[in-house]
Every structure is written in structure tokens, then in C-alpha cells.
Design a protein around this ligand. Structure first.
Ligand code: NDP
Length: 298
């Protein structure tokens, strides 16, 4: 009789995110009832990138479902940097606005760094302002980027303590790779960061007990790169056209191969993506509490 290969546990990010959003909705309702405070998120969408429009719509719907008020600011692709900066300034100064999100990418005529630098760090729910990046690097409280925060939640739910584990992050973007590495370090992992100049990525992967793949290349991490029993978090969102001519979304990890080797793996879709939105809402709630000087109730 053939012995079937061991299959990894598939980490259900959609279910974890739904649970956290339901819990958050209760905390938001309590914040309203006890303190008259409705967490409010301003979302800027500049231009007409269809993927960004979908992300913004999904974020808005999830926020509304959790009782968070959303102020949508839609600007044409021709909007100037000065106009966007002025509007961000208005949101910074409005005490009723607790979180500000500027959907990236911005049109090429606008310097994203200038806009990020202009955000009030206390309202920077994407955790991209240099002050929040510095706080994370220094091990201090601050707003943490949503996607890596979601990755850590899934890892801790899957593995319990991460103390002493060897973790590899593939990717070093400010949005995902770098903050993911900082969070893993904060959780006492021994962290390696790989990138496009890493000499032998497969060998680095094989050494890791935890792999976080944030590369932006479809099904890049292969089954024979992964140590048996490792936990693999796939951040990638890549649109590919199948042999049937239909588009589908795949991750940065070759799921069909890795699921046969790993101990646990996130699927795409349904893994990290839903956690990103849940963490955005949690960041908005926490920003609102901090701005009011309230203890965080988590
Ligand atoms: P970036 O393009 O900003 O960064 C990609 C990183 O991968 C870079 O650090 C790059 O290295 C590294 N890289 C590229 N090619 C290789 C290679 N051949 N070998 C090793 N490393 C390589 O992407 P993001 O970090 O913004 O996003 C990564 C992925 O995650 C994308 O698929 C994106 O769509 C997805 N994403 C998903 C989210 C979610 O909610 N699930 C949220 C945000 C992003 P180098 O620095 O040397 O160029």
C-alpha cells in the first residue's frame, strides 16, 4: 500500500480575519457607547488604477462592517502633489479623523515619500511614516504595517511562541519585508532577510523554520527549497493567465509543491490578504484609542 505524503496544515487566514473583525466590531461598539468615539478612517485614492479601486472598496466595506466611519477622498490622476499634501494636512488637523490611508501606488507625478512624510505619525495606519518605521526598529510602540502584522498573527496562532526560531523573510520592501523582519525579531526569532542579490536563496530557505515570502513573483519558492515541517507564509498576490485563458491569483510560493513538504502554509487567496484588512481596522481602532488617551483593550 502506498504511503501518502504528509500534507501541510493550510492556515485559514480568511477565518482568522473574520474572527478578529467580529471581535473588533464589539470593541468599536463599546468605544462608541462608553466614550462617544467612532473611529474614523480617511482613505485617499488618486487616479484610476483598477486594482487600487478594488482594494479601497474592500477596505471601506470591511471598515463599515466593523462600525468604523470611512471618509473616501477620490482624486483624479491629474491631481497635483501640492493638492494631495494640502488635503492630507486637513485630515491631520481634524480631530475627528483617527487614521489616514493613502492608497499606493500614486501617479508618477506625485512623490509617495513626500506624502508619507506629511502624514501625522499618530494617524499613519499603514505604518509607513519614518517615525513609525523607527519605532518598530527600536522595539517601541507605534503603528505597524498591516500586512506584516497579519503575518505575525498567523504565525503565532499556528506555532505559539516564536522564540528562537530561524526565520527567513524573502523581500525587503518598506511595506512588507523589512517590517516583517522587525516583527519576527521582536518575537525573538533569529532572522535572515533575503532579496534579489541573495546568493543562494534555495539554501537560505532550506535552513529556515519559518519562511515569509514577499517577492512579487508568481510561485517562486519551490517545494524542494522548503525544510520538512517549516511554516510558510505567502504574502504574494500575482495575477497569472492559466492554460484555459482565465486569470487567477497565485502567491509567491508554489503552493501545490510546498503543501506536500511544509508543516503549515497560507493559501493565496485566503491567507495573508484578509489579515491585511483586519489589521488595518485594528490599527485604526488603536490609533483612535491612543489619540483619546484610552487604554488599549485587546
Ligand atoms: P516589492 O516589489 O516592493 O518588493 C519585492 C522584494 O522582493 C524586493 O525586496 C526584492 O529584492 C525581492 N525580490 C525580487 N525578486 C527577487 C528574487 N529573484 N529573489 C529574491 N528576492 C527577490 O513588493 P512588496 O513587498 O510590496 O510586495 C511583495 C508581494 O506581496 C507582491 O506580490 C505584492 O502584491 C504582495 N502584497 C500582498 C499584500 C497582501 O495583503 N497580501 C500586501 C502588500 C503586498 P530587492 O530589494 O533586492 O529588489
Amino acid at each position: 500500500m502506498a504511503v501518502s505524503a504528509r500534507r501541510a496544515t493550510v492556515i485559514d487566514g480568511k477565518a482568522v480575519a473574520a474572527e478578529r473583525r467580529a471581535d473588533l466590531a464589539k470593541r468599536v461598539a463599546a468605544l462608541k457607547a462608553d466614550h462617544g468615539l467612532t473611529p474614523t478612517l480617511a482613505v485617499f485614492l488618486v487616479g484610476d488604477d483598477p486594482a487600487s479601486a478594488i482594494y479601497v472598496r474592500n477596505k471601506g466595506a470591511a471598515a463599515a462592517a466593523a462600525g468604523i466611519r470611512v471618509i473616501d477622498v477620490k482624486l483624479p490622476a491629474t491631481a497635483s502633489e501640492a493638492d494631495l499634501l494640502a488635503r492630507v494636512g486637513v485630515m491631520n488637523g481634524d480631530p475627528a479623523v483617527n487614521g489616514i490611508l493613502v492608497q499606493l501606488p500614486l501617479p508618477k507625478t506625485i512623490a509617495a515619500d513626500a506624502v508619507i512624510d506629511a502624514l501625522d505619525p499618530a494617524k499613519d495606519v499603514d505604518g509607513l511614516h519614518p517615525e513609525n518605521i523607527g519605532r518598530l526598529a527600536a522595539g517601541r510602540d507605534g503603528l505597524v504595517p498591516c500586512t506584516p502584522r497579519g503575518c505575525l498573527i498567523l504565525l503565532e496562532r499556528t506555532l505559539g511562541t516564536l522564540d528562537g526560531r530561524r526565520a527567513l523573510v524573502v523581500g525587503r520592501s518598506n511595506l512588507v519585508g523589512r517590517p516583517a523582519a522587525q516583527l519576527l525579531l521582536r518575537a525573538n526569532c533569529t532572522v535572515t532577510i533575503a532579496h534579489s542579490r541573495t546568493r543562494d536563496l534555495a539554501a537560505e530557505c532550506r535552513r529556515a523554520e519559518i519562511v515569509v515570502a514577499a517577492i512579487g513573483r508568481s510561485e517562486f519558492v519551490r517545494g524542494d527549497w522548503v525544510a520538512p515541517g517549516a511554516t510558510v507564509i505567502d504574502v504574494g498576490i500575482n495575477r497569472v493567465t492559466g492554460s484555459d485563458g482565465k486569470d487567477r491569483i497565485v502567491g509567491d510560493v508554489a503552493f501545490a509543491e510546498v503543501v506536500e513538504v511544509a508543516g503549515a502554509i497560507t493559501p493565496v487567496p485566503g491567507g495573508v490578504g484578509p489579515m491585511t484588512i483586519a489589521c488595518l481596522l485594528e490599527n485604526t481602532y488603536e490609533a483612535a484609542c491612543r489619540q483619546r488617551g484610552l487604554e488599549l483593550d485587546q
